[in-house]
Write a protein that binds this ligand. Structure first.
Ligand code: CP
Ligand code: NVA
Length: 320
């Protein structure tokens, strides 16, 4: 059965740990796995489609696919028939005949689900309006490198708590057995369905979930403090309002006083210094943002290797 990665919970807790272990292995030995060049692999090309802009995701997938013996085919918004002349399903039916994996950054989660339903090769969510699960694999790898463990740690996210990063922190953190706290203003808190899914995961793993409007309560003793832009891609028209709305949830020196003294700081980048995070924090000693960015490469290489291994040889599972 083809495995896809559309949302953080597509990996069970044990599977997430396997992918993180493989990521650490690939970080130590970058060329130890070459799933796209393996005898009988069938196809070497990986389609990487961007409906939104990207630096880290684009470069980490392109470099990672090359490291794994594959050939990245980057398709920008408007470069293909997808989205205007051709349906998602028809696009999937063509791509699955030619590529080993489909990576897609897009708007609607439903589009990714449609692509996966029609594809016999793995489909990876490279960010949607709802989730950014590849980013969370990199974040968890980074935390594990610096703290030695994930389960039992408290991870606090402040800011726009209705966005893709907040949802992925909830789901991936709970899957890892972490105590996830999300704080943002009323009206910008996560969808109860996502909170429910995270609570279900936390019940399996021994983690927990807290959603609150109280930034100080969320920060108390936190081991990990994370934030994200207040203006996600597609929300540019709301920029001025959002920069006011989330002001009480900025990760700055005053906020960090409430976290554990050895807390680490994450931001998926791009960052807007002086808004969601202050320059002294993101450029200070507690910040792991550059390790976090690098770990996109290692985590996604592990993810692609893992998905391909569990999905069988491309071309043998496709539609007739
Ligand atoms: N963090 C992240 O996904 O960055 P890009 O938008 O540059 O890919
Ligand atoms: N929430 C941000 C993440 C960018 C990597 C966005 O969707 O624009």
């Amino acid at each position: 059965m083809t495995r896809h990665f559309l949302v953080d919970t597509d990996l069970s807790p044990a599977e997430q740990a396997e992918v993180l272990d493989l990521a650490a292995e690939l970080k130590a030995k970058p060329y130890s796995h070459a799933p796209y060049a393996a005898e009988g692999a069938g196809r070497r090309t990986v389609a990487v489609i961007f409906d939104k802009t990207s630096t880290r995701t684009r470069v980490s997938f392109a470099a990672g696919i090359a490291d794994l013996g594959g050939v990245p085919l980057i398709i920008g918004a408007g470069d293909s028939q997808l989205g205007h002349k051709e349906s998602i399903t028809d696009t999937a039916k063509v791509l699955e005949r030619m590529v080993a994996t489909i990576v897609w950054r897009t708007y609607a989660q439903a589009g990714l689900e449609e692509m996966a339903a029609a594809s016999s090769v793995p489909v990876i969510n490279a960010l949607s309006d709802d989730y950014h699960p590849c980013q969370l694999l990199a974040d968890l790898l980074t935390i594990r490198e610096h703290k030695g463990t994930l389960a039992g740690l408290t991870m606090t996210y402040l800011g726009d708590s209705a966005n893709n990063m907040a949802n992925s922190y909830l789901l991936a953190g709970a899957t890892a057995g972490m105590h996830v706290r999300i704080a943002g203003p009323e009206g910008y808190l996560p969808d109860p369905a996502v909170v429910g899914a995270a609570e279900q995961r936390a019940a399996e793993t021994g983690g927990s979930v807290l959603v609150t409007t109280d930034a100080v309560a969320a920060l108390a003793g936190a081991d990990v403090v994370a934030t994200d832009t207040w203006v996600s891609m597609g929300q540019e028209d709301e920029k001025a309002a959002r920069q006011e709305l989330f002001r009480a949830y900025a990760v700055d020196a005053a906020a960090m006083v409430h976290a554990a003294p050895d807390a680490v700081v994450l931001h998926c980048l791009p960052a807007y210094r002086g808004y969601e995070i202050s320059a002294d924090v993101i450029d200070g000693p507690q910040s792991l943002v550059w390790d976090e960015a690098e770990n996109r490469l290692h985590a996604q290489k592990a993810l692609m290797t893992w998905l391909v291994a569990r999905s069988g040889t491309p071309g043998t599972t496709g539609s007739p």
